[in-house]
Design a protein around this ligand. Structure first.
Ligand code: F6P
Length: 341
């Protein structure tokens, strides 16, 4: 059996740990051969496929990014996309694919699977918004980075008695904002799932100043004011129809300054959250996902995604996993009400 491995979408810490785990178990236990597909679906459109063996995955466990490269290519947005994918797979005699990706990459995988390509999905994303799995790898690392940033911002905010806004990633879901905001002791946390009232945010900021604390506002890039629209960097869409976010943090700082007459500044964490070495938890989860993904390939259980359910790794249909994003439940957000304001 020859297996192709690809990583698609935004990168995240732990991708290399999956690649290593898939190859190690596939070669050692099942004598599978492997190839790496470069840059996500783009590699299958452009016949960019490289050898992958035990020696190529040596030493990559703690390395961030992906040794295979990644892109936001949607094979169905390219002329003869499906045919080109089939031709590349045939040219390299690839029998099955392990597709490591988030909502978009796995959505395309689902359609390819429906059209007869044998594949198994592995969920990744710092956003933690893939349905069907309790956690995606990359998330824990991102939360750690954001929490450390908030810790640091507390001390400088207090020295100058100013409000600091921290913008974190999270297009459709506020998982990073909520986890890092709670871990870092923020007093306002704004998430895409819950449009916010700017008046109320300013009241919460003021009440913090009144008791001599410098407020920390954590905002997910996809958060929106009740009266208004999502703040965008530019209007252009990627191949999956997403706009580029970022800007809400700057907007908030300006509004807070104007409405409270207090100094407010913004820190945008951006891609720092996606870079660098994965946390121990992400390496552990990514490694387990890889082991179970190759097991699914060996079983011929195609069209599924490996997922974390409590402490067990299970297989869920790709169709279920890609039907919608996993968002923060209102009741979970409300648990932390006492810390807001
Ligand atoms: O991969 C998820 C993510 O990090 C989102 O949180 C963010 O909106 C997006 O990717 C940014 O993508 P890019 O690096 O392509 O601008």
């Amino acid at each position: 059996m020859k297996v192709g491995v690809l990583t698609g979408g935004g990168d995240c810490p732990g991708l290399n740990a999956v690649i290593r785990s898939v190859v190690r178990k596939g070669v050692q236990d099942y004598s599978f051969d492997f190839v790496g597909v470069r840059d996500g679906w783009l590699g299958l459109l452009k016949n960019n496929v490289v050898p992958l063996d035990i020696s190529s995955v040596r030493g990559i466990l703690p390395r961030g990014g992906t040794i295979l490269g990644s892109s936001r290519t949607n094979p169905f947005k390219h002329e003869n996309g499906m045919q080109r994918v089939r031709e590349t797979l045939a040219a390299h005699e690839v029998d099955a694919l392990v597709v490591i990706g988030g909502e978009d990459t796995l959505g395309a995988a689902m359609e390819l699977s429906r059209q007869g390509i044998d594949l198994v999905g592995v969920p990744k994303t710092i956003d933690n918004d893939v349905t069907g799995t309790d956690y995606t790898f990359g998330f824990d690392t991102a939360v750690g980075i954001a929490t450390e940033a908030i810790d640091r911002l507390h001390t400088t905010a207090e020295s100058h008695m100013r409000a600091l806004v921290v913008e974190v990633m999270g297009r459709h879901s506020g998982w990073i904002a909520l986890h890092a905001g709670i871990a870092g002791g923020a007093n306002v946390i704004l998430i895409p799932e819950r449009p916010f009232d700017i008046e109320q945010v300013c009241e919460q900021v003021k009440s913090r100043f009144q008791i001599n604390y410098a407020p920390i506002v954590v905002v997910a890039e996809g958060a929106v004011p009740k009266e208004g629209q999502m703040i965008l960097k530019d209007q252009s869409l990627d191949e999956f129809g997403h706009v580029r976010l970022s800007g809400i943090g700057e907007w908030l700082a300006q509004e807070i300054s104007a409405r409270t007459e207090k100094d407010a500044r913004t820190t945008v964490l951006g891609h720092i959250q996606r870079g660098g070495t994965p946390s121990a938890f992400d390496r552990w989860l990514a490694t387990r996902f890889g082991l179970h993904a190759i097991e699914a390939v060996k079983d011929g259980d195609f069209g599924c995604m490996v997922a974390l359910e409590s402490t067990r790794i299970v297989r869920v249909p790709l169709a279920d996993a890609t039907a919608e994003n996993k968002v923060v439940e209102p009741s979970l957000y409300d648990e932390f009400e006492v810390f807001f304001g």
